[in-house]
Ligand binder design. Structure first.
Ligand SMILES: *Cc1c(COP(=O)(O)O)cnc(C)c1O
Length: 367
């Protein structure tokens, strides 16, 4: 069958391999498998969230409250904005698609870093919008500005701060200086999926959504419950922007796009500050072990502001190979070959998971 031509250039999104698949393919017991591939929270989610899901399970026969006002109000309070400035999505992924559908098209291009979150590219291509990428893998604002001026017909710019899958993060001050050069009719999306981690490590990275949208009315800030809050399986994300951008995004939204249990769980997760604190403390304490390991073993890594760390290899070693051997040993990490990077991305796990990873990684490196 023939499909729309623009689909030909799309590479289907590949998530981290699920544990069940490794059980089936390699016959390894599920309890012996560790997944450090999708930047999930190694502690699961807050016990309060689990309790709330149980409490609300008797409501699943009814459609969700489509105004989603409880969660919007809680987020509005957290960020000191109005609930009218907030849209919720089935993951912030869905809001990326709303933004692209609202603002890019055959004549309006999308500008991104060379190596960044794959969905910007996929959603753009679905609607036949061209994607322009910077020559440098990591975010380089000079490159962005040069291409923005050269291309003239950029509809949306995506800045992933910090960047997945590399882990680097621009300083807020540099981002704000960059934004001064962007036309008010170009939408700039700041993807803050890992902002909790970045600001915990370094206050210079923190982008406050309120200040962002008040200073630059052409911006959209994205956040998610999938990473620090540990709700990847429930699919909840949000966008924060000025009302005129909101109006456009709401036109793209399917009805009931966030489920009842997801809304309740996300609301409850905002209450458990202790859980988030434990997550952050563990993340950066454990990341240090990865950095020390890399230095001892002379492997390059990118200074990370997220809950993962990316190692890159010289030509002598193949990341694809390394990932495959680790997989056979029951450790799932992310190979970055499909991003054009000879490297692997490893989610920071619990202390036990990290010890096992580093021990096995050492064995694999000496093979
Ligand atoms: C995980 C992630 C998202 C979105 O995740 P959802 O689960 O769809 O909320 C968005 N951007 C980046 C950079 C991510 O890593």
């Amino acid at each position: 069958m023939k499909f729309n031509r623009q689909l030909e250039s799309i590479k289907t999104y590949e998530g981290g391999k699920p544990i069940e698949l490794v059980v089936r393919e390699f016959g390894i017991d599920a309890k012996d498998i560790i997944k450090l591939a999708s930047n999930e929270n190694p502690f699961g989610t807050s016990p309060k969230v689990i309790e709330s899901i149980k409490q609300n399970s008797n409501q699943v026969h009814m459609y969700p409250d489509d105004s989603m006002i409880d969660l919007k109000t809680a987020l509005a309070k957290k960020y000191n904005v109005d609930s009218k400035n907030i849209i919720l999505g089935a993951g912030s992924d869905q809001i990326i698609s709303f933004a692209i559908n609202a603002k890019a098209n055959r004549h309006k291009k999308v500008l991104t870093a060379k190596t960044t979150f794959a969905m910007y590219d996929i959603y753009a291509k679905q609607i036949g919008a061209k994607v322009i990428k910077t020559p440098s893998h990591q975010h380089n604002l000079d490159d962005f500005l040069h291409l923005y001026k050269k291309e003239k017909d950029i509809g949306i710019i995506f800045l992933c701060l910090p960047n997945n899958p590399l882990g680097e993060c621009l300083d807020k001050e540099d981002v704000f200086n960059f934004l001064k050069n962007i036309d008010e009719n170009t939408l700039v999306v700041i993807d803050g999926a890992y902002q909790d981690f970045a600001k915990f490590k370094d206050a210079k990275k923190e982008i406050c959504p309120k200040e962002l949208i008040e200073t630059f009315p052409n911006t959209l800030y994205l956040g998610t419950f999938s990473k620090s809050y540990g709700l990847g399986g429930l699919r909840v994300g949000y966008g924060i922007s000025n009302i005129d951008i909101m109006d456009a995004l709401y036109k793209m939204r399917p009805p009931f796009n966030v489920t009842t249990l997801s809304l309740k769980a996300a609301l409850e997760s905002l209450e458990d500050k202790e859980f988030i604190d434990k997550t952050m403390q563990n993340n950066f304490k454990e990341m240090k072990k990865y950095e020390d390991f890399a230095k001892e073993n002379k492997i390059d890594f990118i200074n990370s502001y997220t809950n993962f760390i990316t190692f890159t290899f010289s030509d002598k070693k193949s990341s694809k190979n390394i990932a495959q051997i680790l997989l056979k040993k029951g450790i799932i990490i992310r190979d970055l070959t499909s991003y054009g990077v000879n490297g692997i991305r490893v989610t920071i796990g619990t202390p036990e998971q990290n010890s096992r990873f580093l021990k096995t990684f050492k064995e694999v490196l000496t093979l």
